[in-house]
Write a protein of this length. Structure first.
Length: 111
């Protein structure tokens, strides 16, 4: 799993590439938490455009970051969901707490 971070002022954008599974979830969790703390990010945008697999550990990463961000009064949104990853979000019920947007500009304007 490769992570790229962009601080766009209103939010921290996390661009992920690869598989978000039990092998990568712990390091992903640590890197995102460290970047949130470093920047004092109050909002988080997950970009899943280059994620080709996600399991329940990935769901845990998303939910854990959601819980962290809402403590700051912020918002977590997602972009770039493939049909396969979108199905994982639907089954897990993540769309009850996290909104999906078509692109980065729409996600940013929602925050």
């Amino acid at each position: 799993m490769i992570l790229k971070f962009d601080d766009i002022g209103k939010a921290l954008v996390v661009k992920m590439s690869g598989e978000l599974d039990h092998h990568s979830s712990e390091i992903v969790r640590i890197k995102i938490d460290n970047k949130i703390e470093e920047l004092g990010a109050k909002n988080l945008i997950f970009d899943f455009a280059e994620v080709n697999f996600m399991d329940s550990s990935g769901i845990g990463v998303v939910i854990g970051r959601y819980k962290k961000i809402i403590q700051y009064g912020g918002k977590v949104v997602v972009i770039g969901l493939s049909p396969k990853i979108k199905k994982v979000f639907e089954i897990a019920g993540l769309f009850k707490i996290i909104d999906e947007y078509d692109d980065l500009s729409k996600a940013v304007s929602s925050i």
